[in-house]
Design a protein around this ligand. Structure first.
Ligand code: NAD
Length: 431
């Protein structure tokens, strides 16, 4: 069992009030207070110099009530059991918030992928599938990309799964490249979903994209697509950051040339010092990463990692609202403080659900063999988010509570209903 400390403990602390408000049965509380299964492995990789390295890896299946497990695989030096279990817990909630027939799972390898050669990375990715093959599968647990695992990594993993299974099993993993059963629209889906949820929220406030400024922390897969789509929709994206630094322009930034440059130079900071026309036109300044978090903008979009806003820096936040594109970027104590200060937080379980929604569509397309145009994928994504986000925002208004509390009430109600259908204590005691 996972040691109840750190991230999971903090994440679980939000549940006390939710169980209380819903009058949840002890069965529901007991089932959600710990992961069902924690799998751990040491992945042995032959390095290019001939040495053998061992990388700690995990797959956590938090719950299995509403369907097979679903959740990404993260490659990062800070990955540990507590983090993977917490991310699996949030996946459980997220799948239920947007009413997908999945339960929550997550995986990770403790590694700095930037220190590996491409071949070492491929051996490690394939090693993950070999280590956890027996507990994965289209009806058991379906992995997907997360931090530092793009479609190339997922392509190797999908190939390894099919090699071991000795047949094509495209629905065993999502986020695949298009040539091996990936879905159109998957790459941009997390960012697109986040923008969709923001659009729904600002419309309800009677505001327009043209009136809004945005700062984005984290310029990776989720952050870039969100920033680009927001820019196209008329929002003014004034600041962007990655782990190396931040750039700012009062007049607004165009994310695509910056993304292209970053992928060539691998550093956002270098944008400001290059002599291309993009830099001259954009008139950018360099910021420290923590300065971006304190900008006076309408929306601060957090798309990097957990714990970006904590008790220590929460009072420096000047944004009107926070959009949680990353998982768990605001700690529970910071959350309370933001609520006291009247700063709305649009929670991760809703704001970043676009990725898993389109992953579900990829799984459905793989199972039926019927592949949809990108427009259909994007329309279905929008349709689901309009329905589920409005349910959350309506509930928040009606019950005079935060969007996070409303989203948690929505998902725990659904999970509890499924648990009750499978049999709870009340079956024995209420007869
Ligand atoms: P990614 O690896 O593509 O990008 C992460 C970005 O964050 C990188 O640009 C990195 O440099 C930056 N970063 C890291 N630490 C930072 C810091 N202290 N300050 C500023 N920038 C920092 O990862 P991603 O897939 O975009 O995932 C980002 C977040 O979104 C994670 O929390 C992930 O769990 C969540 N998420 C991703 C998806 C998805 O489909 N990719 C889906 C749901 C949730």
């Amino acid at each position: 069992m996972v040691e109840k400390a750190g991230l999971l403990k903090d994440a679980q602390s939000r549940m006390v009030d939710i169980f209380d408000r819903l009058g949840a049965s002890s069965d529901v509380c007991r089932r959600l207070e710990q992961p069902r299964r924690v799998h751990q492995a040491a992945i042995l990789v032959r390095m290019d110099d001939g040495s053998l390295e061992a990388f700690p890896a995990w797959r956590v299946q938090y719950d299995a009530t509403r369907g097979p497990g679903k959740g990404g695989i993260r490659f990062h030096p800070n990955v540990n059991e507590d983090e993977v279990a917490t991310l699996a817990f949030w996946m459980t909630l997220k799948c239920a918030v947007v009413d997908l027939p999945f339960s929550g799972a997550k995986g990770g390898i403790q590694v700095d992928p930037k220190t590996l050669s491409l071949l070492e990375l491929e051996r490690l990715s394939r090693g993950y599938v070999r280590a956890f093959f027996d507990v994965l599968g289209p009806d058991r647990d379906i992995p997907a990309p997360d931090v530092n695992t793009n479609d190339v990594v997922i392509g190797w993993m999908a190939d390894e799964y099919s090699e071991i299974a000795r047949r094509q099993v495209p629905c065993a993993i999502t986020g695949k490249p298009l040539g091996v059963g990936g879905s159109l629209g998957r790459v941009a889906s997390t960012g697109r979903g986040a923008l969709e949820v923001l659009d729904i929220w600002i419309k309800r406030q009677g505001k327009r994209p043209e009136d809004m400024t945005i700062a984005v922390q984290g310029f990776g897969n989720a952050g870039y697509h969100f920033a680009q789509l927001a820019h196209e929709a008329g929002y003014r994206v004034v600041a962007l950051s990655d782990s190396g630094g931040a750039v700012f322009s009062e007049g607004g930034l165009d994310p695509t040339p910056i993304w292209r440059h970053k992928n060539e130079s691998r550093e956002l900071r270098s944008m400001v010092y290059c002599d291309s026309s993009v830099c001259e036109e954009a008139d950018m300044d360099v910021l420290e990463n923590d300065e971006l978090l304190a900008l006076d903008v309408d929306v601060l979009a957090l798309a990097a990692m957990e714990n970006a806003i904590t008790h220590d820096n929460v009072d420096r936040v000047r944004a009107g609202a926070i959009l949680e594109i990353a998982n768990g970027p605001v700690t529970s104590s910071a959350d309370q403080r933001l609520e006291e200060r009247g700063i709305t937080v649009i929670p991760d379980v809703l704001a970043n659900a676009g990725g898993v929604i389109v992953s579900h569509m990829e799984w459905v397309q793989n199972r039926t063999g019927d592949y949809w145009p990108e427009q259909v994928v994007n329309e279905r994504l929008a349709e689901r988010l309009v329905r589920e986000a409005n349910l959350c925002f309506d509930r928040a208004e009606k019950e005079d509570t935060s969007p996070r509390t409303a989203a948690y009430l929505q998902c725990v109600e659904r999970i509890a209903r499924a648990m009750e259908s499978r049999g709870t204590q009340s079956y024995f005691t209420d007869r």
